[in-house]
Structure formats: C-alpha cells, structure tokens
Write a protein that binds this ligand. Structure first.
Ligand code: PMT
Length: 221
C-alpha cells in the first residue's frame, strides 16, 4: 500500500477531560467523553503517523496502534505532553479544567455544623498556549479546539491569537448540541486566512477531514 499522507510524522493528540481533586474522594471535571480526540488519534494513525495520545479519564478503549498515556489532572497532562515531544503536529482536543482547587484536602472533607466548604481555585497551566509559545521544539502545526456556548467564531478567533496556535477547531457545546459526549459534531476551522465551516458529520468524519487538511498543510510548508 502507498504510505499515508502523515507517514514519517509524529502526531501528538490530547483528549478527554481532566479531573481536579477536591479531596481524596471528590473532584471537579467536565462532560468530555474523549470521542473527538480519540477519533483524531485513530485517523492520524490510519494516515500513517506515529501517534501519541495523552488522555484524561474516559471509558473508551485505547485506539489500536496508538501510544496512549493516561493522566488525571491538567498538570499531569502538561507533563505527559512535554515528555512526548518532539512532534510535527500537536492537536489539543482535551477539555482541560481551567482551574483547580487551591488547597486539596488531605482527608475526606466531613459534613458538619460549619456548612458546606468554601472552595477557592487557582488557574491551571494552559497546555496549548505553553506548547504553541515554545521558542524551541515547537511542533510545525499546533491545532487547538474552542468549546463555546455563545459567540463561537469571535471567541475562537480570540483564542487563535491569544494561544498562539496555527488553527482552531471551534465547536458549539451549548445545551442541546450534544457535542460533549455525542457521536457527531459541527466544526468551524478558524485560521489566519479565515473561517471554513464543515457540515455536521460524525466525529470520525471530522477527524479524517482534519487529518487530511493537516496533511495538505504539512505538504505545503
Ligand atoms: O470529548 P467529546 O465528548 O468527544 O467532546 C469533544 C470536545 C467538545 C471536548 C472537543 O471537541 C473540544 O472542543 N475540546 C476542547 C475543549 C476545551 O476545553 O475547549 P476550551 O475552549 O476551553 O479550550 C481551548 C483550547 O485550549 C483547547 O484546545 C484546550 O485543549 C486547550 N486548553 C485549555 C485549557 C488549558 N488549561 N489547557 C489547554 O490546553
């Protein structure tokens, strides 16, 4: 068979949610299932790439032929991503918690007369921005996602600029869209040259189309 369009490339993909501990038994997280990120990892492997998938806790099997690293928190995900570099392409589909609890309790927080605990938060590292702003060892193509419930395109353009990536895949995650956890997705590719909207399709089809697009961009570079 002919070598795939990504043959000879190392592709790094993040997927799934992160979990941020409150105490040894509780955490905060989000509704990411990993379906979109895992589909991208599979599609990149099918296109001939060597693929590393860094995933938060999901109930999906590890994709065949993909080196899969399991993490829980955002800080663990950043460390695993840095350990997996260098890569020619990095695609950040994970739904990383923006904040973590400032003081994780060492023991289970007890219910008591004092009422519910007041949690305070600190910001997590931004994995995408950290990698995209690297001076050395930056992947040739850094692709972020934008999960928005309103002003999808404006927010995606702002993320493209702020995070320093080459392309943003924007999707609407408002209630009723079924983007989190569902099997299909409507995405907008937001890049320096404008916006391309793809008709709603399966997450597998989004993944294959994205991988094909990245293959074309690498060939041009
Ligand atoms: O997993 P599924 O159920 O299939 O759902 C797919 C999805 C909705 C999770 C996926 O398509 C998606 O949109 N992923 C990005 C979710 C997200 O956290 O988006 P964001 O707009 O908050 O973040 C923007 C970008 O920065 C993302 O590429 C994210 O991975 C990255 N990020 C965010 C925060 C952070 N601390 N580190 C990051 O790297």
């Amino acid at each position: 068979a002919a070598p795939g369009p990504l043959a000879g490339h190392h592709v790094l993909v993040t997927s799934g949610p992160t979990r941020e501990a409150i105490d040894p038994v509780r955490y905060i997280s989000n509704h990411s299932s990993g379906k979109q990120g895992h589909a991208i990892a599979r599609a990149a492997a099918e296109a001939g790439a060597r693929v590393t998938l860094v995933t938060g806790p999901v109930s999906l099997p590890d994709p065949a032929g993909v080196a899969t690293v399991h993490v829980e928190s955002a800080r663990e995900m950043l460390a695993a991503v840095e350990a997996a570099l260098p890569a020619t392409v990095a695609i950040f589909a994970a739904a990383v918690a923006d904040w973590r609890v400032a003081d994780v309790a060492g023991g289970k927080i007890k219910k008591g007369p004092g009422g519910p605990p007041a949690l305070s938060f600190v910001e997590n590292p931004d994995i995408l921005a950290t990698i995209a702003h690297r001076k050395q060892g930056r992947p040739d193509l850094v692709v972020g996602f934008a999960a928005e419930t309103e002003n999808v395109l404006d927010n995606a353009r702002a993320k493209l600029a702020r995070k320093g990536c080459d392309l943003i895949v924007a999707n609407d995650v408002a209630v009723g869209t079924d983007t989190f956890g569902g099997d299909s997705n409507t995405v907008h590719l937001v890049g320096a040259s404008g916006v391309e909207t793809w008709a709603r399709q399966s997450k597998d089809a989004v993944a294959r189309a994205l991988v094909a697009e990245l293959g074309r961009r690498l060939a041009k570079a």
